[in-house]
Design a protein around this ligand. Structure first.
Ligand SMILES: Nc1ncnc2c1ncn2[C@@H]1O[C@H](COP(=O)(O)OP(=O)(O)OP(=O)(O)O)[C@@H](O)[C@H]1O
Length: 240
């Protein structure tokens, strides 16, 4: 039986004066790649921050690998890549990874492995500020892969990448899931939806759908995810 890596129930988040998540519930399964999709500002990053335990003012239940989100024991078991670059520009790829391996208490022998996984062997000794945007985001991903985390949470990892690189990264995500990890990958690009095993579609702080891409398309009677998303919104508004 598939296990749940993340379980969210009735998750409400207030940021500033505003409630931005209005009672979200879903499970994230081990060994799958789940896409978190929705328009800019709908609350994807906020939900991700709640899962990795960085968000204040969360009510409801967020359980990660059987522990409360943010529990100290989850350190090293959860990898998180933010939208902002999280590596040092004045260090090489290898130096960055050695630094983060030491911080995380991960064996230094893992460094070469993750560099290979993200396909940066040829740039291992190049300073990060001399890399392209896509290469740099793969360094951040390599940091998140240190220690072979059981849950990987990636906030818009493919923004600004060319189609070939995007395809390669999605192949990597599925390899990681095949090896037993759960991945949650946010995107506001609907055409990435078909690459996911499951989809969470968000709008204005609510979950509109928690389905496989096929089930979603069948329910909406279309072959286009963007159209399915619009149909769902129309159905929801008609039901109000
Ligand atoms: N620091 C903050 N203080 C108050 N409100 C915030 C803060 N950061 C974000 N918000 C609000 O929370 C809501 C959700 O933002 P969030 O960043 O989670 O959306 P998102 O779906 O990740 O957007 P994007 O795709 O543009 O990154 C938005 O209405 C935003 O204005």
């Amino acid at each position: 039986m598939m296990k749940n890596s993340v379980s969210c129930r009735d998750v409400v988040v207030v940021r500033g004066e505003q409630e931005v998540l209005h009672g979200i519930g879903f499970d994230l399964r081990t060994g799958t790649v789940t896409g978190l999709l929705g328009p800019s500002g709908c609350g994807k990053t906020t939900l991700i921050r709640a899962i990795v335990g960085l968000q204040a003012q969360v009510t409801g239940d967020v359980s990660v690998l059987g522990l409360p989100a943010g529990a100290p024991k989850l350190r090293g078991r959860v990898g998180y890549v933010t939208q902002e670059p999280s590596v040092y520009g004045d260090l090489t790829v290898t130096e960055n990874l050695r630094f983060f391996a030491a911080v995380l208490g991960v064996p230094v022998s893992d460094v070469a492995q993750v560099i290979e996984t993200v396909d940066l062997v040829s740039h291992a000794d190049v300073r990060v500020d001399r890399l392209s945007g896509g290469q740099r985001s793969r360094v951040s991903l390599a940091v998140a892969l240190l220690g072979s985390p059981e849950l990987l949470v990636l906030d818009e990892p493919t923004v600004g990448l060319d189609p070939v690189l995007r395809r390669d990264l999605w192949e990597l995500f599925h390899r990681l899931a095949d090896n037993g990890a759960a991945l949650l990958v946010s995107s506001h690009v609907m055409d990435e939806a078909s690459r996911c095993d499951r989809l969470l579609l968000m709008r204005e702080g609510e979950l509109l759908a928690d389905e496989t891409p096929d089930a979603l398309l069948t329910a909406a009677g279309t072959s286009d995810i963007e159209q399915a998303f619009l149909t769902l919104i129309e159905q929801k508004e008609a039901a109000r």
